[in-house]
Each structure stands twice: as structure tokens, then as C-alpha cells.
Ligand binder design. Structure first.
Ligand code: FAD
Length: 412
């Protein structure tokens, strides 16, 4: 591969067939619908810049409310080059009980149900969430749907785990499960199109300017006017919002899929999403073989436009060492490896300082997907009403919780 562009094209071609499967065919419809988009309107109520997890849900919310909205995406609708690729994301309630995220996760879970109803797609698989740890206690708060599995029950229910330190028990959150990430993004965009949204894929935004009445957005293909711009560009946010430069740090992380010896013993019908220390994983889905496993850590600093997307021996060793010790029957041959990005900083959801016509969401780190449709709702509120009752006040830029130099990681 000679250039980054060649490499992106290569990845795109290689992943096109997979994407169709991952989005239950929606990506094909979306490609057809966005290949020849309708003529642009003279001005939109809102433009959403970046149609990943956050932007696609904002677009869906705005279109359902009847706003005239344009979504701009530099790559395809649902792709593997940002922070939302890789088939699945975990969601759970337990780690957030009693904290600022509890009302958000409950709202997000209701929103996932609405998306499933609107799109007819199964985005959420309710397989439960298992956390392993030594002498864990039931968390404070509404623990009705959480089961404590003592050491022997844990061994009986999930004999796949081996070599656990003495005293290891399990907390099983029945509200947890797996979200299909590409399918969720494609479903949000699909429903948005049905409600009249315009979507332009493969159209990178190169800049924006503001005046008293709104915003002009410039892309590689044209210029668009809007009353309000939502910036949800994930790892690229700092390249588009000068006010965020120096506040965000992007890092490279890897995800592996391995062939379990007995796939049925890890199927989504019988095995939960799980977390053990810094390691976490996902059961096997019927249409995508492979037991997905990864490590939640800060990751290696990266630039989203120069990211090394080729998995290496260190990426593999990271997961193999864990599996060899604790899940040997899942430690089979590699079926896939993907590279993804965390963005450290906030998390923030706010207006861009000094710009009343622009809001943004940034730095949702390793745990943002499960909340993305609550964030999308909040962003749609800010764009249309200038305020929101989604409880995201703790994500104001002034309430910064993190700094790029910190080693702090949010719960995921
Ligand atoms: C390895 C890994 C594991 C994770 N696991 C979990 C998990 O289990 N549970 C969980 O809740 N969260 C998890 N997360 C976090 C979650 O996936 C992210 O927080 C979330 O997907 C980020 O969404 P986003 O919309 O901000 O970014 P993205 O989905 O990357 O979207 C940003 C979009 O903006 C577009 N864009 C950027 N610049 C431009 C431009 N100039 N013009 C046009 N478009 C542009 C990009 O192409 C992209 O599509 C994980 C993340 C990673 C990396």
C-alpha cells in the first residue's frame, strides 16, 4: 500500500461484504440512498458532522422531530475506521448505579428499545453482564436485577473460566447485554432517511465559519448552511474544533476474535458479556463467528489520520496471555483482529465556547457507546431548543473531569 488513501480503500473493499452482514443489509440500502443524494436545501435546521454512534443517533432524533437535517460523514455509513467499529459493544447498568450515569443508562436503554421498534432490527442482545472479582459485594442502589454468584455457583454456571484466584465471585447484571454497533448506526441513519433527513457519505468536512444567523459548513464537495451545527466527529473532534485542541488525546486499541473449541459454549444464548479486571469480552453471535476479547487500558497515543491499523504481535499477546490463563477453551485460532480508537479528555457534551450555533460531544472514551443515544437526544435538544432535560450537566466543558496527561479511565 503506497498511501493512507490506498490503504483506506483496501480496508473498505475488504470490509464491504462484512459490513452488509453486520448491518443486516442496511448498509447496502444506505449506500444506494446516499450515492445520489437529493439536492441540498438552501439551509438546514441542523447539520450533524460525523455519523458514528453519537452523530447517527442525533440525526435520528432530529429527523423524527421533523427538523430539516443533513448528516455529513467522511467515510461510509457504519465503517471500521473510527471508534464504533467491531460488531459489538457492552451495555450494563450495575457499574453506574448511584452515580451521574445511572439516569443516562436508563434513558439510553429506553432509547435502544425505541430504535428497535422504529427500525425492526434487533440491536440489543439481552445476554446479561458478568463481572468477576474477589469478594465483590452487591453494589449500593437498586440492585434488584443483580445476582451474586458465590465461588461455587460461579464455577457451576460458567465453568469456561479457569484459574481464578480464591474468593473470586461473580456479579451478574440481568440488564446487561450486547449492542450491535454497526447495526445501531445503520438503523439510526435508515430511520432518519425515512423521516426526510439528507445524508452525504464519503464527504469529509474541511471547515466551518459562523455569523450572526448560523453556520456555513465546507466539505470537499460543497458548502451548506445551517442554523445549528452538531459536531460528533469522535477521534477527529480536535481537528475540527480549535477550542478542543490540546484537551483531547486519541489512543490506539485492539480487539481480537478467536475461534473457541466448542463455539456453542460461548454462544450469545448461553454466555454473557463479561469483565475481569481490565479484560472484557463478548459471546459469539449467530452470524459472526468468534469470541471477542480485549483489554481496557489507556492505549498507545495515535493520530486518527495516521493510525496503524495493522494488528501486531503485541496486540495478539495481550489477549492470548489472558485467555491462556483464564479462558483456555476460547484460545483458538484468530478469526479477526481490528484496531479502534479511544478519545480521552472529558467526557464533554456542550456548546463550543464562544459559538452559540455549535454544540459538540467528545471524549467518550471506552464506555460511550451504550450512552450514545441519550447523548444524541441531548444534542438534538440543544440544537432545537437550546437546552435539554437529559441529565448531561456533568459533561459541561467547565466540569472537566480528566486531563490528557491523566491515567484515569472511566468505567466501561
Ligand atoms: C476498543 C473499543 C472498545 C469499546 N468498547 C465499548 C463498550 O463495550 N461499551 C461502550 O459503551 N463503549 C465502548 N467503546 C466506546 C465507544 O465505542 C465510543 O465511545 C463510541 O463508539 C464513540 O462514538 P463517536 O460517535 O464519538 O465516534 P465515531 O463512531 O468514530 O464517529 C465519529 C464519526 O465522525 C466522522 N468524521 C470525523 N471527521 C469527519 C470529517 N471531517 N467529516 C465528516 N465526518 C467526519 C468519522 O468518520 C466517524 O464516522 C469502545 C471503544 C473502543 C475503541
Amino acid at each position: 500500500m503506497k498511501t493512507e488513501r490506498d490503504r483506506r480503500d483496501f480496508i473498505k473493499v475488504c470490509s464491504a461484504g462484512t459490513l452488509s452482514v453486520l448491518t443486516c443489509g442496511l448498509s447496502d440500502t444506505l449506500t444506494a440512498a446516499t450515492a445520489e443524494p437529493p439536492s441540498a436545501k438552501p439551509s438546514y435546521d441542523c447539520i450533524v458532522l460525523g455519523l458514528g454512534a453519537m452523530g447517527s443517533s442525533c440525526l435520528y432524533q432530529l429527523a423524527k422531530r421533523g427538523a430539516s437535517v443533513l448528516g455529513l460523514e467522511q467515510y461510509d455509513i457504519a465503517h471500521a475506521l473510527g471508534s464504533s467499529g467491531g460488531i459489538s459493544r457492552q451495555t450494563k447498568v450495575m457499574p453506574y448505579l448511584g452515580g451521574p450515569y445511572e439516569p443516562l443508562i436508563r434513558r439510553a436503554n429506553r432509547n435502544w428499545q425505541s430504535l428497535e421498534k422504529d427500525s425492526g432490527q434487533q440491536v440489543f442482545h439481552p445476554c446479561g453482564y458478568l463481572r468477576l472479582g474477589v469478594n465483590q459485594q452487591l453494589p449500593k442502589g437498586d440492585g434488584k436485577k443483580i445476582e451474586v454468584l458465590d465461588e461455587s455457583t460461579l464455577g457451576d454456571r460458567f465453568p469456561q473460566f479457569k484459574g481464578l484466584p480464591g474468593g473470586t465471585n461473580g456479579l451478574f447484571d440481568h440488564q446487561g447485554g450486547l449492542l450491535r454497533s454497526e447495526l445501531a448506526i445503520a438503523s439510526h441513519c435508515h430511520v432518519a432517511l425515512r423521516h426526510g433527513a439528507h445524508i452525504r457519505a464519503q464527504e469529509p468536512v474541511t471547515g466551518w465559519t459562523t455569523d450572526a444567523d448560523g453556520v456555513t459548513v465546507t466539505t470537499l464537495r460543497g458548502r451548506y448552511r445551517t442554523k445549528h451545527l452538531v459536531i460528533s466527529a469522535g477521534a477527529w473532534n480536535a481537528k475540527l474544533v480549535p477550542q478542543l485542541r490540546g484537551k483531547l488525546q486519541v489512543t490506539r486499541l485492539s480487539l481480537g476474535w478467536l475461534a473457541p473449541k466448542v463455539p456453542e459454549s460461548f454462544s450469545v444464548a448461553s454466555f454473557p458479556i463479561w469483565e475481569h479486571g481490565r479484560f472484557y469480552g463478548f459471546p459469539v453471535l449467530p452470524d459472526f463467528p468468534g469470541f471477542k476479547v480485549a483489554k481496557h487500558w489507556r492505549g498507545d497515543p495515535a493520530d486518527p489520520d495516521k493510525l496503524d491499523r495493522v494488528p501486531n504481535a503485541a496486540d495478539e499477546k495481550l489477549v492470548r496471555d489472558y485467555l491462556a490463563s483464564h479462558l483456555p477453551s476460547a484460545n483458538g485460532s484468530i478469526l479477526a483482529f481490528k484496531i479502534c480508537m479511544y478519545t480521552h479528555g472529558g467526557p464533554w457534551l456542550d456548546s463550543v465556547p464562544g459559538e452559540k450555533h455549535i454544540s459538540f460531544v467528545a471524549a467518550c472514551n471506552g464506555g460511550g457507546f451504550k450512552f450514545s443515544n441519550a447523548y444524541g437526544e441531548a444534542l438534538a435538544d440543544l440544537a432545537t431548543q437550546g437546552r435539554t432535560n437529559v441529565p448531561v450537566g456533568f459533561m459541561a466543558l467547565s466540569a472537566a473531569m480528566d486531563s490528557p496527561s491523566s491515567e484515569w479511565l472511566p468505567p466501561r
